[in-house]
Every structure is written in C-alpha cells, then in structure tokens.
Design a protein around this ligand. Structure first.
Ligand code: KIV
Ligand code: ZN
Length: 519
C-alpha cells in the first residue's frame, strides 16, 4: 500500500447500530445523528433499511434530502421489491448508494436460504443488476462471508463485480473471524478475483469475540479500502467495529498502516456523546478513545512522567479526539452566545428557538448549581431532540416513605393538554412507587430490564442521569423494548422522566423493526 492511500469510513450507526436492543431513534434524532456524522467527515452514511418499516423508509428519505455531503446508502436484500423500495427512499440523495446483500456461507445456504451455490450466484447477480439499473454506486455484501468457503466467495465476488458492483463488502456477520484470517480472506480476494480492481473492497466486522477493530485493521493491511463501523461500536449483540477506535488506530499508527481517513478526529468525542445520549447506551468509563477515563492518569508515577514530558505515557492528545483538558465552562453569568458556542463545540446545532429554550433551562439550572459543565450542557441540549410528540408529559410528583413500608406516591402528568393525577400506596421504595404510578396513569405495564443512575458531572450538586430499558407487557405493545433517559438535580425526578420517556416510546413507537435476517 502506498504512503497516501486513503481508507473510506462507512458509518452504519443508523442501520446496524440501531439494531442494538432498545437503541431505536426517532426521525428527528436520526437526522441529528446524520448531520453529526457528516460533520465528522464520514464518507458513507448507511441511513437504514427502507423496506423494513415505513419509519425506516422515511428516515432514509429525509436523511437523503437533508444531508448532502456524504454518500447516503440504503440496505436491500437481493429481490426487486427491496431494491425498488431502497431506490425510492434514496432517489433525492445527492450521492445515493444501494447496498444489496445475500448470505453465501454453507450454513446459511443450507439452513436459511435452502439454495445451492448456483442459485446464490444467480440471485446475487440479479440483485446487483436490478440495483445497477437505478443507481451507479452499488455495494454488495456476501453475508457471513468470513465463514464462506474461499473458492465460492471468489466466484460470487467476481460475478457481482461483472454486473456492476462498485464496492464489495466482506462481513464477519457473527464475529467469528480472527485478524490473520481476515487478512488472508482480503489478500485471497485481491489475488484471485480477476476483476477485483474494478471495485473497492470493504470490511464489516462484528465484535462477538472482541476482535472487530483488530479484524478491520488486518483487512486494511491486506488492502481493504473501506471500513464499516459504528459510533461507540453499537450494534447487533456485542456490536460492530467501533469507528473512533479504528480511526484513531489508523491515525496514531500511520507508520504501520500508511493510510488515512478523512475523519475530523476532534469531533469524535462530541459525536460519541451525542449518540450515547440519544440511544441511552452509555459508553463504559474505560472505553478506548471516548471513555471518561481514556485520558485520565491516576498512578503517581504516570502523573510524574506526564508532567516531565506528555509523550512518556500519552500516545494521543486528548484535544485530538475532541476532549477538552478541562470541562468546567459556564456559570450563572454566562450569556447566550457563550452557551451557543459551547453547544456547537459539543456537537449540537441548535435552532434559534431551541437555543432560547436551552438558555432558559440553563439559567434555572445555574440557580441550583454553581458550576455548569459540558455534561450539563449536553444534557440540556439533548432534551431538544427527545421523542416527539410526547404523549405523556411529566409535571411533578410527591412521595412520602419510610423504611419497611410501601411509599405513597402522587404523580401528575399532562396528556392532550390536560393535567391528570394519580395516587397510590405501593412499591418497594420511592422509585418503584413512582414507576408503578406511571404504569397506572398511562395504562402501559412493563418489565424493567435495566436501570442505571450516574452523575452527569462532579460534585454533590451534580445532575443525576437515569437511563432505563423497559419491555412492554401490555397486550397491545407486548415485547417492545424501549429506552428512556431523564436528567435532573433531583434523582427521583430524573427516574420519573426516564421511565416516562421509555413509556412514551412504547406508546408511539409502533411495532419493533425487524432485523434483515428476520424479514
Ligand atoms: O453483519 C452483516 O452481515 C450485515 C450485512 C447486512 C452487511 O450487517
Ligand atoms: Zn452487520
């Protein structure tokens, strides 16, 4: 590979990433993420799987209309209705791409598709041909490629390039591959497929063995020109290759990989926070690149070394990934311009109206809290991209409780502009009591699958951030899994808001979308 080779970054946060259980985003949120990805400098945004649901179709179409810089891609299986629907959603994109896929491994051929090799090649070719009639930019993925016999994989890849595939993506769908194996597969394709130079080779790794980034890097070393990844590595099961990790590995070890991406790395942390806040899937503290502790040096010997020369223990500079050395920013006397500036640095493009609302909330918060940190500002901005419309709006609560007795909770919510209240004496404690009161007033019953509280910033007056994951049990919504998030200086209020946000998603969310393999 030459010194100036570039690697394209294909982001699938909005498609594969959104398949993380409970990570579904509404249209406003998806458009916000797509704008953030565009600012980050990704080459391709996979915006969704248009045939999967009307909501997926609409979000691909709206992103195609609104985000003009990167290529906008829509997923389709190898059949006419999928491809036509994908094209309908993408037609107004400045730079559209149709991504067709079909499984190729023996196990998928035999048990899922019930097709022999010839039939798989015939269908793959037909899918690419159909897509190519509509669009110049076509990606083909042989699903489960990493477990496909190499001779057959070469045959499929040659056939789809022959009929016009411009990118061929090699997925490790089940996260089974190892770096050496991934290197060998890409190397074999480059050496054995006669028309390989007519397409870009891509890699798409899942993280079931924790090897997605290592496998993607090995593929790049073998000559892959595109890496598929997601912000914070979110995705099916253990997730996908993490964008921030693969990008910073390529940059930090440019001596080894000798290639670069177009990513504006200073936007990595803001984009990671945006996606974490919108999906409710928080980043572990020790996560490489974007975790809260990724640049924190605790050991005295390290701190001493760092003071003498940062290079002793620091391989990347925090500011290169968008982490400010201090995040103490605003206070009671800060003005609207300073707030707008800080919000923009954190990745939030607020309209005039949104800025006004955030500013008013900022002033109220500054009355309760002396120092306002980046995390506080992100939490305020985030509420502007909450589920719309909210069917049930939190108004307030009161609780009286003592150890050993059920709490008495009164909860007020607004529905269709009318305030209503409910009082109950039930539950194991004040939070359980509040949750039961919400179930009673909304008529939606749930099982709580996850409940987390963390401080948004530091200090006793820090805001509490609560995230919950609920599975609906009411007849009408049974099995739907949704997340909600609430932030307040009062942790009971934050819990009520988070629970109500998830219940709102259940109420307006419709049926869960299906995974490509379930359709
Ligand atoms: O993991 C996978 O195989 C996929 C394909 C649809 C590319 O996500
Ligand atoms: Zn995948």
């Amino acid at each position: 590979m030459s010194a100036h080779q570039s690697v394209q970054i294909f982001d699938t946060t909005l498609r594969d990433g959104e398949q993380s259980p409970g990570a579904s985003m509404n249209l406003t949120e998806k458009i916000e993420v797509a704008h953030a990805l565009s600012q980050l400098g990704v080459d391709v945004i996979e915006a969704g799987f248009p045939i999967a649901s009307p909501g997926d179709f609409e979000s691909v179409r709206e992103i195609a209309r609104a985000v003009r810089e990167p290529i906008i891609c829509g997923l389709a299986r190898c059949n006419d209705s999928d491809v036509d629907r994908a094209w309908e959603a993408l037609a107004e994109a400045a730079r559209p791409r149709i991504h067709v896929f079909l499984a190729t491994s023996a196990i998928h051929r035999e048990f899922k598709l019930r097709m022999d090799e010839d039939e798989v090649v015939r269908r793959a070719v037909a899918g690419v041909r159909r897509a190519r009639e509509k669009c110049e930019d076509i990606e083909f993925s042989p699903e489960d490629a990493a477990r496909t016999e190499i001779d057959f994989l070469c045959r499929v890849v040659e056939a789809v390039i022959d009929v016009g595939a411009t990118t061929v993506n090699i997925p490790d769908t089940v996260g089974y591959a190892t770096p050496q194996q991934m290197f060998d597969v890409i190397h074999a394709l480059r050496n054995r497929v006669p028309n390989i130079d007519k397409a870009i080779l891509s890699v798409h790794c899942h993280d079931d063995l924790g090897l997605a980034v290592a496998n993607s890097l090995a593929a790049v070393q073998a000559g892959a020109g595109q890496v598929e990844c997601t912000i914070n590595g979110i995705g099916e099961r253990a997730g996908n290759c993490s964008l921030e990790e693969v990008v910073m590995a390529l940059k930090t070890r440019a001596d080894l990989y000798k290639c670069q991406s177009r990513i504006a790395t200073q936007r990595l942390v803001p984009t990671s926070r945006l996606v974490a806040n919108i999906t409710g899937i928080q980043v572990p503290r020790n996560k490489a690149i974007v975790g809260r502790n990724a640049f924190a040096h605790e050991a005295g010997i390290h701190q001493d070394g760092m003071l003498k020369d940062r290079n002793t223990y620091e391989i990347m500079r925090p500011e290169d990934v968008g982490l400010e050395r201090t995040d103490l920013v605003l206070g009671k006397h800060s003005g609207r311009a300073a707030l707008a500036d800080r919000a923009a640095v954190l990745g939030y493009q607020l309209t005039g109206e949104q800025l006004q609302t955030v500013f008013e909330q900022f002033k109220l918060l500054a009355d309760r809290k002396k120092e306002i940190y980046d995390g506080d500002i992100a939490a305020l901005c985030e509420q502007q991209f909450a589920v719309l419309p909210e069917l049930f709006v939190f108004e307030g609560y009161s609780v009286s409780c003592e150890s050993g007795n059920a709490p008495t909770v009164t909860l007020r919510v607004k529905q269709d502009g009318k305030s209503q209240a409910v009082s109950i004496t039930s539950g194991d404690g004040p939070i359980d009591g509040i949750f039961l009161a919400i179930e009673k007033i909304t008529g939606i019953t749930t099982v709580c699958r996850d409940f987390r509280v963390q401080a948004v910033t530091v200090g006793k007056d820090a805001q509490a951030e609560v995230s919950v994951e609920l599975e609906a049990t009411s007849e009408r919504y049974r099995g739907q899994l949704h997340r909600g998030r609430g932030v307040s200086t009062d942790s009971l209020e934050a819990s009520a808001k988070a629970f109500l946000a998830a219940v709102n998603r259940v109420a307006i969310g419709g049926k869960p979308r299906l995974h490509p393999q379930q359709l």
